[in-house]
Design a binder for this molecule. Structure first.
Ligand code: F6R
Length: 366
């Protein structure tokens, strides 16, 4: 059942080229400039005319929502807010007709997310579900939706569901942008081509597993860890930190790298591993300065960089090279080494990787 792997988590990490491929199948055909999610045809006009998109989710799914915020705003120019479902539902939010809610949930059963969309629906908003489990409560409570088709995710730590969520959300943003004509044909074509290449590039990153295992060996006894990224990689920093804390019980925090100097920089000394997601994108130069600030305080730096980067490897303790791709799609690639790093660290610490203490796969109580 674990397909020859020691844990479901590793199996699910390794399945990602296929789960992303499954998620794209029939929906994206770059050659024909085709991008369409069959499940959201009826409510596409609501999306095109939306005053605002509100993304509701919890945990890892909320991190996927943060990436989607940047992607939707950039491509469609519709204002997006991303909210923790548990906060949204209890603060008498301003929501109604003209708002489109995108609810993201692997299980489709998260109690807070379900209650939040029910409230928004009552107040007149359109609800679109992005769920993995077919026929789940959130999928049923939504007006329409698009499944992530990642297959069953058994490991409590979400991995393949996250990359599938990013795939669906990016496709959705591209579909809206195409319809709204808020994107040029050239850019659409470039992004669709890059999207089709994601599975092969993820495959390439998965081959780094033994190199990542060696880095895990060095840092397995750390008691704290900081994850930093900017722009599209900021939510990846949050996700990397969540993966590490939930399965290895190492205290980890993710931050937008620029926020470091507003507090967390005080934590940095030679004992503190800092993981930078520092791929070549529009925030690259800024991230390089942030790495310098950490090195000046003797932090130990592991950097996820774009293949061929000549600068960062000279500055840091370890580098993990990932293939280049459009920055909007990079989270699907840059998160992979972080999943593997947490996995190996947790295994080395003898933790119950698939069923971490105190956690449940679907949180059906608030
Ligand atoms: C983290 C994790 C949780 C879930 C969260 C939401 O690895 O698994 O943070 O992402 O409980 O669950 P779903 O997506 O099922 O609503």
């Amino acid at each position: 059942e674990k397909g020859g792997y020691d844990h479901f988590m590793l199996k699910e990490i390794m399945e990602q080229p296929k789960s992303i491929e499954d998620c794209l199948r029939g929906r994206v055909i770059a050659e024909d400039l085709h991008v369409k999610l069959g499940g959201i045809q009826q409510h596409l006009p609501d999306l095109l005319n939306a005053n605002r998109i509100i993304i509701l989710a919890c945990g890892t799914s909320w991190h996927a929502g943060l990436v989607a915020e940047y992607v939707f705003e950039e491509l469609t120019r519709i204002p997006v807010e991303v909210e923790y479902a548990s906060e949204f539902r209890y603060r008498n939010p301003i929501v109604g007709k003209g708002d489109v809610i995108i609810a993201i949930s692997q299980s489709g059963e998260t109690a807070d997310t379900l209650a939040a969309i029910e409230m928004a629906k009552e107040r007149g908003a359109t609800i679109l579900g992005v769920c993995n489990v077919v026929g789940s409560s959130i999928a049923r409570a939504s007006h329409e939706g698009a499944y992530t088709h990642a297959g069953p995710e058994i490991g409590v730590a979400s991995t393949k569901a996250f990359t599938a969520q990013l795939t669906v959300l990016t496709s959705m943003a591209l579909m809206v942008a195409k319809e709204k004509k808020s994107i040029s044909e050239n850019r659409l074509s470039e992004l669709l081509r890059d999207l089709e290449q994601v599975p092969a590039k993820v495959e390439q990153v998965l081959k780094l597993d033994s190199a990542i295992e060696s880095i895990a060996e060095i840092y397995k006894d750390a008691s704290n860890c900081l994850y930093l990224g900017r722009g599209y990689n900021f939510p990846v920093a949050l996700e990397g930190a969540l993966k590490l804390k939930e399965i290895s019980y190492i205290h980890a925090e993710g931050y937008p790298a620029a926020e470091m100097k507003h507090g967390p920089i005080a934590l940095i000394d030679e004992e503190m591993p800092v993981i930078f997601i520092a791929t070549r994108d529009s925030s690259y130069d800024k991230v390089v300065s942030n790495i310098q600030e950490v090195k000046a305080r003797k932090g130990r730096v592991i950097a996820i960089v774009t293949e061929g980067d000549a600068l960062i490897p000279k500055m840091v303790d370890h580098v993990i090279e990932v293939p280049n791709i459009h920055e909007m799609l990079m989270p699907m690639i840059s998160v992979i080494p972080l999943q593997l790093l947490s996995y190996y660290i947790a295994v080395m610490r003898d933790c119950n990787v698939d069923q971490p203490r105190n956690l449940a796969k679907s949180v059906t109580v608030e």
